[in-house]
Design a protein around this ligand. Structure first.
Ligand code: PMP
Length: 349
């Protein structure tokens, strides 16, 4: 027996996930909020956290947090499930519903975790390239959905890494395919203001994901949630690890929602900065309209640009996939960071 011969076939050719990060002074590579939580909110979180009985397991269903989300979104609490980041909820979804040889459709390019987790769970993944301008090729997608049994379609809205929201009519068309679950990942919702939440009652196959990792500055504490029909949520509970969200994260997320207005101010700053940066680079590069906290920029000299960013200690996201060789994704940072980036890009790469 060798370890290699024992390996799960689904992960035989998989490599550990590489977020493509490199070390530097300015972190603009992971689409986090570049502003940390305000000090007054951190203090409130720590004060409450002091009361945690560290010897006790956390609330397995984050009841308080789900209640507050439910009030804020005007959605029944039973339609909400909290996870250790939305990543975990994607995993649970696939674990709950994928059988061997099931198929999953994703656009290309998109958030690569959909493909990785689908394959880990034994599904085969069909990638449908986005059209020029990065909108969905809805005709092709619908063709595939009609001629194959497809269990899931994953759509990031706005899309990562391209930054744009796909057209609403294209997504609505896909939602009409009732035998396929359509996951709309609204990780960057607070920057786009666009949502499919109001379609939830109409479409039983719709599943929405949100996260505290982006606009809400809570990437370190891994908290996300899913909104879906109660029957979907109840099935996922079968695979959910018993205590998936720790007590500290539950307290932090609750406080974020309590002080949402204050935190959301950073989104306004980031959106303004994004527009400013895009305008400054207009004409120099192709940059699709972004509804998120990052820009996706087409470049012709990626190696030279990478060297320049490394030299200045600026971390941005380049891609190992050759199809994205000529693109860089840059998270919008604080004003000073954005100026550093813009000054470099203005030299022409
Ligand atoms: N969805 C999308 C589209 C993302 O870009 C990311 C983060 N890169 C996630 C989900 C992951 O979010 P979380 O931190 O909640 O796991």
């Amino acid at each position: 027996m060798t370890i290699q011969s024992m390996i799960n076939r689904n992960i035989k050719y998989l490599r550990p996930y590489n977020p493509g990060l490199f070390n530097g002074k300015y972190k603009l590579d992971a689409n986090e909020n570049s502003f940390d939580l305000p000090e007054n909110i951190k203090i409130k979180i720590f004060k409450e956290a002091k009361k945690i009985e560290f010897n006790r397991y956390p609330d397995p269903y984050a009841e308080k947090l789900r209640s507050l989300i439910s009030i804020k979104l005007n959605i029944n609490k039973n339609n909400i499930l909290v996870g250790n980041g939305s990543d975990e909820l994607i995993y649970y979804l696939l674990l709950s519903f994928i059988n061997k040889k099931d198929k999953v459709v994703v656009p290309y390019p998109t958030f690569e975790i959909y493909k990785i987790l689908s394959e880990i769970c034994g599904a085969s993944v069909i990638e449908v390239p986005l059209k020029s301008g990065f909108d969905l090729d809805v005709e092709k997608m619908v063709d595939i959905l009609k001629s194959n049994k497809i269990k899931f379609v994953f759509l990031a809205y706005p899309n990562n890494p391209t930054g744009n929201c796909f057209s609403k009519s294209a997504i609505k068309r896909i939602l009409m395919e009732k035998d396929t679950f359509v996951v709309i990942d609204e990780a960057y919702f607070e920057f786009s203001g666009k949502t499919f939440l109001n379609e939830l009652k109409k479409h039983k196959n719709l599943i929405i994901l949100r996260t505290f990792s982006k606009a809400f500055s809570l990437a370190a504490l891994r908290t996300g949630y899913m909104i879906a029909s109660e029957s979907i949520i109840n099935i996922i509970k079968r695979v959910k690890l018993p205590y998936n969200i720790n007590s500290f994260s539950q307290i932090a997320a609750l406080n974020i929602l309590k002080y949402e207005n204050q935190i959301r101010k950073t989104c306004e700053i980031i959106i303004k900065e994004r527009q400013k940066m895009k305008e400054k680079l207009e004409g120099l590069y192709y940059i699709p309209e972004s509804d998120a906290n990052f820009l996706f920029i087409k470049i012709s000299k990626p190696d030279l640009l990478k060297k320049e960013f490394i030299k200045k200690g600026i971390c941005v996201r380049f891609f190992s996939d050759v199809r994205l060789k000529n693109y860089v994704r840059i998270t919008i940072g604080k004003s000073k960071e954005n100026k550093l980036v813009t000054d470099i890009l203005k030299k022409g790469f």
